[in-house]
Every structure is written in C-alpha cells, then in structure tokens.
Design a protein around this ligand. Structure first.
Ligand code: NDP
Length: 261
C-alpha cells in the first residue's frame, strides 16, 4: 500500500485527506492518505521516513522548511519560496508548489485576464504574483503595511498610503481579512473605486461569502472563492504523487464530492 499524508500545525481542519482518499477510492488504488500534526518542523524528514510515505502535502507553518529536505525543487516552488507537495522517488525528495498553478487553473475560467491587483503580501500573495507574472499578466500588489515590500522586488508594490487604483481585469483578496471577521482587505472607499473599474474578483478564502466578495457582487463583478484553488492544488499534487498516470478530470470529479459532504 502506498501511503501519503498532509503535515501542518494545526491540521485537524484540513480537508486534504478527504480530497485525496476520495480520488484514491474512485480509482480503486491500494493507497491511503492521512494527516500528521507536526509541531517541530525539524522532524519533517524523520517523520516522513518513519511513516514510510511515498508523498506528502505540507501546509502552514512548514511550507518554507520543506525546502531543507528536498533534493530537487520545481520552478514555481523555487521562485515562490514555499513547497506544498513532496514526492519521494528513488530515495530522493522532489518538491513542488501546486498552489500557484492551482490558482491559475481556477481564474482561467473567468475569461481573458491581462491585469491583476493582489491585495495582501503574505506567502499566498507571493505564490499568486509569481504565477500571474509567469503567465504574462501585469500585476500590482497593495498591502496594509510596507514591511513585506522586500519580498516583491520586481513588482509594482504599494501600501495603503501610496496606492492609487487603476482598472483591473482581476482583483484578488489574498489576506485573511474576512476569514473569521467582517473586515475588508482594503478601506471600503478604495476597494469600491477598484471594483467600479474591474471585471473579476477572487478571494483565496473558501467556504464563505466574505465582505470582499459581497462588495464585488454589489459592483456586479463575476466572483469566485478559494474552494476551486484548494481543489486544484490537490488535483495537481495527486498528479505528482502518481506520476501523471491518471485522467485529471476523473481525479477532480472524485475530489469535488468533498465539498458536498
Ligand atoms: P500571511 O499571514 O502570510 O499574510 C497575510 C497577509 O494579509 C499580510 O499581507 C497581512 O498584512 C494581510 N492582512 C491580514 N489581515 C488583514 C486585514 N484585516 N486587513 C488588511 N490586510 C490584512 O497569510 P497567507 O498568505 O499564508 O494566507 C492568506 C490567506 O490565504 C488565508 O486566509 C489562507 O486561509 C488563504 N489560503 C487559501 C488557499 C486556498 O487554497 N484557497 C491556499 C493558501 C492560503 P500585513 O503585512 O500588513 O500584516
């Protein structure tokens, strides 16, 4: 039996086991996907080996530490600085970032995108900024504070105090504003100005209609929450785990059921 797991702290909330086990079951594979509550990042490699895993997903706060155990790292992970998928092959650890291509797969369904505004400057913003730029999309970033500007060298970076809105095809909330509160990621008057000249709004937060998405709907933008991004990163990780052997449509359809349970 091939074994996989997701590592994180906290981890109880993760739906990754549900997503992957649904695909494993639909394809009738001899495999199992579990979860590991890892508090000490230094134990990532030893725990992975002790559990005799073939692959793993890595989530908060270990995505950066995962670099240290990988022998080869894909272009996305290298540029973004975080790994969310590890595959063990021939005693070597291969590291990937599937969050970024998962996000691109999700926003591609909106329609043509030539320009984007990312609100927020955390790890997720870094992944999305790189993915958009790699696809030739013009990107601006606006964050509440200026401290994280050094993580966005080569991008148009603003903080709230020096930002003046343009029109954008896509506006993204990559902050945690709206996750457990009713906050908007930008002051309402600035965000309203942005939305009044933009087409699509994407929130990385999933499973709730955030104040960001509500305001976007008020301005008649097409909207999407982060569920599909979460689904896509899992589909693409599964593809890495099983070496591209399975039809991704079958994997995606099986995993989708997780959101209805
Ligand atoms: P980080 O902690 O790395 O960054 C958070 C960012 O949000 C910072 O730029 C911070 O600004 C900003 N921020 C936080 N609160 C507010 C607020 N009230 N108003 C304005 N800005 C705020 O977080 P991550 O990048 O790791 O994650 C961000 C979100 O993405 C989370 O909600 C997470 O759940 C979600 N996520 C979704 C995924 C999916 O598959 N759908 C995948 C990964 C993450 P400052 O620098 O000023 O503090």
């Amino acid at each position: 039996m091939r074994k996989f797991a997701v590592f994180g702290d906290p981890i109880a909330h993760s739906i990754s086991p549900r997503l992957h086990n649904l695909a494993i079951s639909a394809l009738n594979l001899d495999a199992f996907y579990g979860r590991v509550h890892l508090t000490d990042a230094k134990k990532l490699e030893s725990t992975f080996n002790a559990l005799n895993l073939s692959g793993a997903n890595i989530t908060v706060p270990h995505k950066e530490v995962a670099f240290e155990i990988c022998d080869q790292i894909d272009d996305y992970a290298q540029n973004i600085g975080s790994i969310n998928t590890i595959v063990k092959r021939d005693e070597k650890f291969l590291g990937f970032n599937t969050d970024a291509p998962g996000f691109m797969r999700s926003v591609a369904k909106f329609g043509e995108i030539n320009s984007a505004l990312i609100i927020g400057a955390g790890g997720t913003a870094r992944a999305l900024a790189f993915a958009l730029k790699k696809s030739g999309i013009k990107v601006q970033i606006v964050n509440r504070s200026a401290q994280k500007a050094q993580n966005f060298i080569g991008y148009d970076f603003f903080d709230w105090s020096n930002f003046s809105p343009n029109s954008y095809d896509l506006v993204i909330n990559s902050t945690s504003a709206g996750l457990k509160d009713e906050n908007l990621p930008l002051p309402k008057e600035i965000l309203s100005e942005v939305f009044s000249a933009s087409k699509f709004a994407f929130d990385v937060i999933y499973g709730r209609n955030t104040p960001f998405l509500e305001l976007a709907e008020h301005f008649s933008l097409a909207t999407k929450d982060g569920s599909e991004m979460l689904l896509n990163q899992a589909v693409l990780a599964f593809d890495k785990f099983f070496d591209g052997k399975f039809d991704l449509k079958i994997v995606e359809n099986a995993m989708k059921i997780a959101f209805t349970l």
